[in-house]
Design a binder for this molecule. Structure first.
Ligand code: PRX
Length: 631
């Protein structure tokens, strides 16, 4: 194994025991019992879950597994929005608050289930008006405003496949995603607001669609007054196309296996992977985990701090919580603006009951000091969660003591864009173990194995794998099924997640980090190859290699080693120019923190850069086996 871990953490078991009322009052009840029930008859388990939802036509079989392809709820018909919206509008939740949004100047917008459905239907009709049909791809590149959620649900209403691109991506990254998905429409806004500043989004879209032949229209939400000009006939105003359309729109009948959305994630090549999810299985998986793992009850207010542009936002802002009939809270505010108490103030004001955030944010909170959360009343919290990267024991302790007041269970949830829903955590009521995400949830069979797929003993590092298909798993990589097959063929017969992990004697799993060339920076997946190719696209760069370096707050930071083309001199100015170039190409999230100019890079005889050697040298560690190193 290349990743080190603190063996004491694995051998010296330390637990926190939650109040038994958590288990007693939860939807799940006892974890062991639920897990046993699932193992006894997995299809019956999933069938019971699916039956809690509305279907237009029931399934013939719960699953059809032809390795490595799975179909779930075969021949069933549904529409996800009937479950996220109409189901509630037709029962006691009609006037329940579905969504609360808070903007920077204290502005608040509230949607009930009924009013959210009306907005979704109107935007769905608007999309139809500009020619969008079932199966067409719509790219959503928006700030964190209710319209982002409405646009997603409107696509789902009419069976259009959305590809949401996080608003922090640059023009080239956006262009690549638009072209790969062959999007017909891009939905955007004039600006996004961050820490009191307006950041232009539309100008990035303008650049991104220059070489995007499939784009017919750009729908622009104009937030600023006076409004920006639109270029007729391509650019259309978001509110204007909603005018005069009906607030009723029949939900398109979808097959359970019809593609639901595409979401791009970094891979080990420069080209991101368009992860494709299917309607039926994704709905069941996100509903199940929202209700039974987050234990959503009618009086909860659920705040997931992710952006809907990431899978966490898709699954636990939009589809899962709404299917479970929750009240969701979203905000454009950042944790450090207007001051370091902004999130805690919101928890106090909104009486948030379930708070779901990322380790990078938790470490930032730690750095800003506990006096900030201590100023506010956080008593409403009953569950606090974490996702995106390992929650290190120090951050766990801080989160548990300072935010959870030594009584609120932490759900450290492990999952991926590819898995659609969370797969590993410590189910409510079970003892919490700092440093460990927990165990596979009922519905999931996971293990830690060696490269031949053999279980490794407790305390030994290995590859995290999932042994059987689950409903919300990815169905393919868009237009690149070979990359899908790799997940199931890297280790024969099982799904390889690409993460390293270690299991304790108690079966708890600790996630150690990625086993491939992906760096998780502040919870965002960045492919080394993507950053390298962005650098090499600069005229002064001949070659580049990128590694991740441990960072106290962000988990990792990016360091790039660059060989310049002959005739170029290294200088601070050039370094700044390269940073600017990466920012413009990929966006601020992928910018290297450090660039070092070098004459040579360590390579194998076949010419592959050995990033492992660079990393070991950088961190003063043993580089391991270097027999394949050329020099
Ligand atoms: O390395 C794991 C890490 O994030 C990767 C998946 O990233 P992404 O597809 O962007 O999805 C993030 C949100 C679900 C995983 O392969 N990761 C995610 N959750 C955890 C984690 N690492 C450790 N602990 C977690 N709870």
């Amino acid at each position: 194994m290349t990743e080190d871990f603190d063996v004491r953490l694995v051998t010296e078991a330390k637990y926190y025991y939650p109040d038994p009322q958590y288990k007693r009052n939860s939807w799940m009840g006892d974890y062991q019992t639920a897990y046993k029930n699932f193992l006894a008859d997995p299809d019956a388990f999933w069938s019971t879950m699916a039956q809690e939802l509305d279907w237009i036509r029931p399934w013939d079989a719960v699953k059809e597994w032809k390795y490595p392809y799975a179909k779930w709820f075969t021949n069933a018909k549904l529409n996800v929005t009937l479950n996220c919206l109409d189901r509630h509008v037709n029962d006691h939740r009609r006037n329940k608050v579905a969504l609360i949004w808070k903007g920077e100047e204290g502005r608040e917008r509230i949607f009930t289930y009924q009013s959210l459905l009306s907005s979704v239907n109107r935007f769905a009709n608007a999309l139809k008006k500009i020619g969008i049909k079932k199966g067409d791809r719509v790219c959503i590149y928006m700030p964190l405003v209710p319209e982002q959620v409405i646009a997603m649900l409107a696509c789902a209403r009419i069976g259009a496949v959305h590809s949401v691109v996080f608003g922090g991506f640059g023009a080239a990254a956006l262009n690549m995603r638009i072209n790969d998905a062959e999007a017909k429409v891009v939905v955007t806004a004039d600006i996004t607001v961050r820490r009191g500043k307006a950041i232009q989004l539309k100008t990035i879209v303008e650049e991104a669609i220059i070489n995007a032949p499939t784009v017919e229209h750009v729908v622009v939400l104009r937030r600023r007054k006076p409004m920006v000009d639109l270029q007729d006939p391509i650019e259309i105003d978001f509110d204007e196309i909603m005018e005069g359309v009906s607030d009723e729109c029949p939900a398109e009948t979808m097959d359970a296996e019809d593609p639901f959305f595409i979401l791009y994630t970094s891979g080990s090549t420069g080209k991101p992977k368009g992860i494709v999810h299917a309607c039926g299985g994704y709905m069941v998986g996100t509903y199940y985990t929202s209700k039974y793992i987050f234990d959503i009850k009618d009086n909860d207010i659920f705040w997931c701090t992710a952006d809907p542009g990431w899978i966490t936002g898709h699954s636990y802002i939009v589809y899962g919580p709404l299917a479970a009939g929750a009240t969701i809270f979203i905000t454009e505010l950042t944790p450090d603006y207007p001051d370091a108490g902004s999130y805690w103030k919101l928890i106090e004001q909104q009486k948030i009951t379930i708070f779901y955030t990322a380790p990078t944010a938790i470490r930032m909170f730690m750095k800003m000091g506990e006096s900030w959360p201590n100023k506010y009343n956080l008593n409403s919290l009953r569950i606090i969660g974490s996702v995106g990267e390992p929650l290190n024991p120090e951050a766990f302790e801080w989160y548990y003591h300072v935010i959870g007041k030594d009584k609120t269970p932490i759900l450290d949830t492990w999952w991926q864009t590819e898995t659609g829903m969370l797969l590993i955590t410590t189910v409510l009521g079970e003892p919490l173990r700092p440093g460990f995400a927990g165990k596979p949830i009922p519905g999931i069979i996971a293990d830690v194995v060696d490269k031949n797929g053999k279980s490794v003993p407790p305390g030994t590092g290995g590859f995290l794998i999932i042994k059987a298909p689950w409903p919300s798993m990815l169905r393919t990589v868009y237009k690149d099924d070979e990359r899908y097959r790799k997940y199931w063929y890297t280790i024969d017969g099982v799904y390889t997640a690409g993460d390293l992990a270690v299991k304790g004697k108690d079966g708890y799993i600790m996630i150690l980090g990625r086993s491939d060339d992906i760096i998780i920076v502040a919870g965002h997946n960045i492919g080394t190859a993507e950053v390298e190719s962005a650098l090499v696209s600069h005229h002064a760069v001949a070659e580049a290699a990128v590694i991740g370096k441990p960072d106290m707050v962000k988990g990792n930071s990016i360091k790039a080693f660059v060989i310049l083309r002959v005739g170029n001199q290294q200088s601070d100015k050039l370094m700044q120019e390269l940073i600017y170039h990466v920012r413009n190409t990929l966006g601020p999230i992928a910018v290297p923190q450090e660039i070092e100019f070098v004459e040579k890079l360590p390579k194998t005889r076949s010419g592959k850069i050995m990033r492992r050697v660079l990393k070991a040298k950088e961190l003063g560690m043993d580089p391991g086996d270097v027999s394949t190193l050329e020099e």
